[in-house]
Design a protein around this ligand. Sequence first.
Ligand code: 3PG
Length: 195
Amino acid sequence: MPVVVLERLEHAVPVAKALVAGGLPAIELTLRTDVALDAIRAIADEVPEILVGAGTIVRPEQAAQAVAAGARFLVSPGATPALLAAMADTGLPFLPGTATVSEVLTVLEAGFTEMKFFPAEAAGGAAYLRSISAPVPDARFCPTGGITPATAPDYLALPNVGCVGGSWLTPPDALAAGDYERIADLARAAAAFRA
Ligand code: 3PG
């Protein structure tokens, strides 16, 4: 899952097209910049072949804003009761963020089995997820945070990991240079991890 931070709106559509060209089916557009909601809108309108979601949902009201912009899934780094309620209210698929066993159990108690594990590398990495797969087998994770092409396969080999995410697919220097071919190449390499 490409976790994308866009500073410039004009990068949105070419980046989404490059990720599609590389064989990736989804893009998480983080709500960390002023152009993020407009970028989601542009991708939803102009690149319908990619599933565009909104990431970095840290305030409940951002869930509805993301839906209005055309997001088709939501991702949060955390899982407060208000965030869980706001994301669930949208009716969209969403990944609440967890980093501890108690947070994982809180999300499971709320009725949700799919979640983000963040910040993955800093919070214990693949070894941590492997350790909790036996006591908490129902939770399924999308780890993100510090993951690289070198470490992604370790996560993807785990039974409780459905996908991994990261910003390595859209490096700031490639975005600044408009080097969409490099982004497509990075996407191609990532799409091959599961092959
Ligand atoms: C996220 O929001 O998931 C992270 O910022 C992605 O982490 P990374 O930049 O270390 O890949």
